[in-house]
Design a protein around this ligand. Structure first.
Ligand SMILES: [Ca+2]
Ligand SMILES: [Ca+2]
Ligand SMILES: [Ca+2]
Length: 240
């Protein structure tokens, strides 16, 4: 099969325009096609609270793998992973699954609106954050979070959460606008009642626009080389 690039003897300028059209098509098609879950290498946050601050149990991130005291309320934790990324989602209310040992599936906070900072090995264009949390309708002063704020680089977006009639745990899906690109994502939990409980956070991303542009530009460049339409090889940046 003959490539469209060899059907007619078109000048290089035409090919360049075609490459630009390809890039645009790739950019337009990507967001709906390619959202994938991206796993953080670590997250930092204050540990959950417990008996020392009027909790019935200890809502710690007891299995956290990084540094910090996982048996101390609000102790700074960093460089590890734990309850929020272990794939375990709490499907029961806090009073049915938490314990004094602090090994339950939730991490709970009272008194503060914690910021959880997720670190990634590479830069991503983040598209969605799903947070699993308790509801409890105020039982034990635990309730659905009032809101979440997601921050990447200098860009922030706040999401208000509607508290449903029921009291079962559920997931809030936060859909990000464009431009949330970086290797770090911060999630702040805004409490509605005294305490809030999270059991899992899942973050998704789409391929970066720059990657798509380079790919499409590469296709166009390959076409130019095949036709012998250009003899020098200027850097990509100068051909925009
Ligand atoms: Ca979990
Ligand atoms: Ca826990
Ligand atoms: Ca509710």
């Amino acid at each position: 099969m003959r490539s469209f690039l060899t059907l007619t003897p078109t000048p290089p300028l035409h090919l360049t325009r075609h490459a630009a059209a390809l890039a645009l098509a790739a950019l337009t098609a990507l967001p709906s096609l390619a959202q994938t879950v991206v796993a953080p290498t670590s997250y930092d946050m204050p540990n959950g609270y417990g008996r020392a601050h009027d909790g019935s149990f200890n809502y710690w991130d007891k299995a956290y793998t990084g540094s910090g005291n996982t048996s101390l309320d609000f102790a700074p934790l960093s460089g590890g992973l734990g309850d929020l990324t272990d794939g375990v989602v709490a499907t029961d209310r806090w009073d049915r699954v938490e314990n004094l040992e602090g090994t339950g599936p939730y991490v709970g906070w009272a008194l503060i609106d914690p910021v959880i900072t997720f670190h990634f090995a590479t830069t991503h264009s983040f598209s969605q954050v799903v947070v699993w949390h308790d509801d409890a309708n105020g039982y034990g002063n635990v309730a659905t979070p009032q809101a979440f704020t997601v921050t990447v680089g200098g860009r922030s977006q706040r999401f208000e959460i509607t508290d449903p009639a029921g009291d079962a745990p559920f997931a809030s899906t936060l859909t990000l606008g464009p431009g949330f690109t970086g290797d770090t994502l911060s999630l702040q939990v805004h409490r509605f009642d005294t305490a809030t409980m999270l059991s899992e956070v899942q973050i998704s991303a789409v391929p970066e626009p720059a990657t798509a542009l380079l790919w499409a530009a590469g296709v166009g460049w390959f076409g130019l080389r095949r036709r012998g339409g250009m003899r020098s090889t200027p850097p990509l940046e100068t051909r925009a």
